[in-house]
Design a protein around this ligand. Structure first.
Ligand code: GLP
Length: 250
C-alpha cells in the first residue's frame, strides 16, 4: 500500500521526511536505516543534523546501510556516495563509524560477488532494514536499479543507464559506467519505505511509480507491491498524479 503526502515545497518535504526518520529512531532500540544519496535528501539530512544538535535525535544506536555506490571510484572522490554520506551525516552526528555502511566502489572485480553477498549478510545480521529511504531517478530507477531490472535482484554490480550518467555528470568522460547497488528484492524487504521526490523533472517517474502499471521498465512501480510505503512529494513532483487532479478539482 502506498500512501501519498504532497507538501507545498522542497523544505516542507524535507521536514516531513526528517520527522519520519526521527520517529523511526525513537521507536527502535537499535534502528536500522537504509539511506539514499542525491540532491533530494540533502534537506532531510540537514534537518536531522539540526535535530541532533538540539538533542532531539540520538544516532548512537543507529545502523545505516546505503543503497549504492559508483564502481571504480575511491571513497574520497568528491562524487563518491561514501564522501557524500560522511559530509552530510556521519561527520555531523553521533553515528558510529562501525555502524555506517556504504558499498565499496573499489573492490577488485573478482571479489565483487562475494563482497555483495557479505553486504546482504550484514543487513540481515543487523536485523533487516526498519526504514528504507529512497529517491527516484528520472527514468524511474530506485537505488541504481535501472529500467529492465528484475524484481528478484539483490546487491550486485550493475551497468548505469545513459540517462542516469547524463543527469549526474557534467563531463561524461569522467563518469563511471557501473555501480554496486542493493537489488529491488533487498529494498522490498525493508519493513517500511519512504520515497522522496521533488521537482518537475521527477513528475513522470513519480506517476509511473505510484499510479502506472507494475513493470520492470519502471523499477519504482514495484513499490506498489510493498505493504508500507509513504511517498513524500513536493507539489511539482506530484503534478502528474491522478490524485493531484482529484485534489485540484475537489
Ligand atoms: C541517483 C541514486 C538514487 C537517487 C537518484 C536521484 O543516481 N542512485 O538513489 O535516488 O539518483 O537523485 P537526485 O535526488 O539527485 O535527483
Amino acid at each position: 500500500m502506498v500512501s501519498v503526502e504532497v507538501e507545498s515545497n522542497y523544505e516542507e518535504m524535507s521536514k516531513k521526511a526528517a520527522r519520519e526518520v526521527g520517529k523511526e529512531i525513537l521507536m527502535h532500540q537499535a534502528p536500522v536505516l537504509g539511506l539514499p544519496t542525491g540532491e533530494t535528501p540533502k534537506g532531510m539530512y540537514r534537518l536531522l543534523v539540526k535535530y541532533y544538535e538540539h538533542g532531539l535525535v540520538d544516532f548512537s544506536n543507529v545502523t545505516t546501510f546505503n543503497l549504492d555506490e559508483y564502481y571504480g571510484i575511491s571513497k574520497d572522490h568528491p562524487k563518491s556516495f561514501n564522501h557524500y554520506m560522511k559530509r552530510h551525516l556521519l561527520e555531523r552526528v553521533n553515528l558510529r563509524e562501525e555502524n555506517f555502511h556504504v558499498p565499496e566502489g573499489e573492490i577488485p572485480r573478482r571479489d565483487v560477488r562475494d563482497y555483495c553477498g557479505k553486504y546482504e549478510n550484514k543487513i540481515k545480521q543487523a536485523g533487516g532494514i526498519d526504514l528504507q529511504l529512497l529517491g527516484i531517478g528520472t527514468n524511474g530507477h530506485i537505488g541504481f536499479n535501472e529500467p529492465g531490472t528484475g524484481f528478484d535482484t539483490r546487491t550486485r554490480l550493475v551497468e548505469l543507464a545513459e540517462e542516469t550518467l547524463e543527469y549526474s555528470f557534467d563531463n561524461l568522460n569522467e563518469a563511471p559506467d557501473k555501480a554496486i547497488t542493493m537489488g529491488i528484492n533487498t529494498i522490498m524487504e525493508a519493513s517500511k519505505i519512504v520515497l522522496l521526490a521533488s521537482d518537475n523533472r521527477k513528475k513522470r517517474a513519480v506517476r509511473r511509480a505510484l499510479e502506472g502499471p507494475i513493470t520492470e521498465e519502471w523499477p519504482g512501480s514495484v513499490l506498489q507491491l510493498h505493504p508500507d510505503v509513504t511517498a513524500i512529494l513536493d507539489e511539482k513532483a506530484a503534478e502528474d498524479l491522478e490524485l493531484s487532479r482529484v485534489n485540484l478539482t475537489g
